[in-house]
Structures are given as structure tokens and as C-alpha cells.
Design a protein around this ligand. Sequence first.
Ligand code: TZP
Ligand code: MG
Length: 236
Amino acid sequence: MAMQVDYSLYLVTDSTEAILGKRNLVDVVELAILGGVTIVQYRDKTSDTGTLIKTAKALHAKCKAHNVPLVINDRIDVAQAIDCEGVHLGQDDTPISTARKILGLTKIIGATVSSIEEARIAVELGADYLGIGTLYATNTKKNTKEIIGVNGIRRILRYLDESGEKARGTKTVCIGGVNGSNAQRIMHQLYAPSPTKREPKTIDGVAVVSAIIAPSDPRAAASDLKSLVTTPPPFA
Ligand code: TZP
Ligand code: MG
């Protein structure tokens, strides 16, 4: 099994001028970790393999120093090259089953899912966590397949809740348009008290790109988000 991970504030990086500007990604990520980010995904769709490995290595050093896991978007080869904690795979990437064979049981494998069917397959193939989205429309990722909203995410959580221990045990984060104005409401909406004896399946955290990377003070942005997502729901 992969390690125990706190998914509550999941940072997905972006190196584009529009979001990162002229700043250094590793410095920005370190500030975000100091603010309370609990896991980092290095997502970089444009750099060559050499640059990806170099940046991933530098990010991994910072993450390790703070005991925060690092996963790599899309690229199993880069994750292997730097021996970080895992990968995050979309629907068009290497299948989860192949990734598991390559990386073994101890690495984290995350999957992007937008539907119950995609969630079912990702769980069956052994994903450790699901990045469920797209929650809200966002400029950060233009080609988002589907905006599923809070209700779409709730439906997937309910499916996981009702589909056995493995599905219930698969961690979840939501992604797309999460920011300081909506994070707490999202967490509360995705945490429904259950009349049954069992604890309901809830979202384990929010995945955020621009609301942490874009601000001039990523540490403060992360710290504000952290307290919003970890404040217990009023009915708890
Ligand atoms: N996948 C679905 S939406 C998204 C990804 C990578 C981008 C989310 O970015 P932001 O800035 O947090 O809305
Ligand atoms: Mg991908």
C-alpha cells in the first residue's frame, strides 16, 4: 500500500507566465508548503524531459524537507527518474494498471475522473486517490471535458460510498476553480451528515492551482485556504 497521505490542501503546479509570472516555481512551491499545502503535484505540459527532471528533483528536495509527498503529472518516467512519491494520470495517460506494474505498490497513483464510470475503473485498477472534476470552469485548464459542479462530485462520492471497502477507501480531492471564496462551502457541501451508523464518504481535500500559485504571497494564500478546508462543518 502507498503511504498515508494528507490530501486536505493539494497543490497542482503551473509554470505558465499567466499564473507563475517571472517567479521561480520551486520558491513559490516552498512558500505554499510553508503555508500549509499537504501534497504537491508537479504539472508541466511544455518543458522538455531534461527540464522536467531537473525541476522535479529540485521540487522533491523541498517537499522532502517538509515531509510533503510529490507526485508527477502524466510522466511515470520522470517520477521514476527522481524516485518521488508517485504520479497523477489523466484519462488519456498511461493506464493505471500499467503504472502500478511499473511503480509497484508503495507509490501513490492518482487518477483524474469526471464520471461514475471513470471512478469505477480507476478504483478497480487500484488508484490511491481520485482527482474529481472539473468542479467549476477555470482559465487554468481550457480543455476541461466536463464541468460537473458540486452535484456531480457528490454523485461520485455517493457511488464510492456504496461500492465496497476498496471504493470507500479511495481518497478524493475535487479540482477546478477552487479559491478562498468557495473552498469552505465546497468542503461543507461535500460533507453530508448521514442518518446511518456509518460515517459518510466525504471529500478528502481540494486541489488548487491558480488560487495558490498566482497570488504574490503564496504562503498566505495557502495558509488561508488551509484554515478554510480544515474548519469543521458547522453541524459536525
Ligand atoms: N484539472 C481539472 S481543472 C484543472 C485541472 C488540472 C485546473 C484547475 O486550476 P485552478 O486554477 O485551481 O482552477
Ligand atoms: Mg494527464
